[in-house]
Ligand binder design. Structure first.
Ligand SMILES: [Zn+2]
Length: 197
């Protein structure tokens, strides 16, 4: 169990890197969004309340859209019932109404590679809506996922350097016992010392 756990810990960052890299690559041919809609009717009319996770053109973004709007599409087709939904679209093509909102709302600079955080609202889509969005380049996400791997590699390298130095000065690499009187095998811990060529 602990072995499985440690294997999992070792492989997880690698899996994350592979997954993020795959999503990065896929964001060009297949812009995609996952969204959660909590739209509904209130006293003041139809209320937008949507969260989007969007991946397109090398970037990834989070978007929240809210506001009171006209009902352009019937609630039956418009609502996701509060569940997370997924959709893919080609930004230049026609797509089902709910899928096109996020891509239309987000300013053009959001879609390019780069970090961004912005908010706005108003027309052009509807009477009164507000959005706030944050965007990250996928490469930054991949780098972040790869950071634990780099840290581990660095600590392994440092440990290897330390062992090498200890062998050189005649100390046991495992317990630090002075091996000058007994080269070859540590009398303290039994560590077999491999002679350095
Ligand atoms: Zn030893």
């Amino acid at each position: 169990m602990s072995r499985l756990k440690s294997t999992f810990h070792t492989q997880l960052p690698l899996l994350l890197v592979v997954a993020a890299g795959g999503l990065w690559a896929a964001s060009y041919p297949v812009p995609a969004q996952v969204w959660r809609s909590k739209d509904g009717y209130t006293d003041s009319g139809y209320q937008w309340d949507r969260y989007y996770f969007i991946s397109c053109r090398g970037g990834v973004g989070l978007l929240h859209v809210s506001g009171t709007t006209r009902v352009e599409y019937g609630p039956g087709r418009d609502r996701a019932g509060g569940r997370w939904s997924w959709g893919a679209e080609r930004l230049n093509g026609r797509s089902p109404p709910p899928l096109s909102y996020a891509a239309d709302v987000v300013p053009p600079e959001w879609r390019t590679l780069g970090f961004g955080a912005m908010s706005g609202g108003g027309p052009p889509l509807n009477e009164a809506y507000r959005y706030s969005a944050a965007a990250f380049p996928w490469p930054a996400v991949v780098t972040l996922c790869a950071a634990p791997l780099a840290v581990r590699a660095a600590s392994r390298f440092r440990a290897a350097l330390g062992r090498r130095r200890e062998r050189r000065v005649g100390l046991c690499a495992r317990c630090g016992y002075d091996l000058r009187a007994t080269p070859g095998r540590c009398p303290e811990c039994g560590n077999v010392v491999v002679a350095e060529s």
